[in-house]
Design a protein. Structure first.
Length: 80
């Protein structure tokens, strides 16, 4: 059985604890980007390197940066 709960990481930011492993929101977002990239490459039958990402206008600068970092550093995409 998979167990999960919300916890505070070492920076005091909310994270998810899944079966003993603590995953931060950047990691979860990067996993989603990697999965979406895989689906897009399968559909296009080509390599996907660049992307355009939109976020709600009420996102803060830090939230926007987190999304961009998750796409670029963790999922290997170039954000245009």
């Amino acid at each position: 059985m998979i167990t999960n709960e919300f916890v505070a990481n070492e920076r005091g930011i909310t994270a998810w604890k899944v079966d003993g492993e603590v995953l931060e929101s950047e990691e979860i977002t990067a996993m989603l980007f990697q999965y979406i990239k895989m689906l897009a490459e399968k559909q296009a039958e080509a390599t996907i390197r660049e992307t355009v990402i939109t976020v709600p206008s009420w996102f803060t600068y830090d939230q926007r940066l987190m999304i961009k970092d998750a796409a670029e550093a963790l999922a290997g995409l170039s954000v245009l």
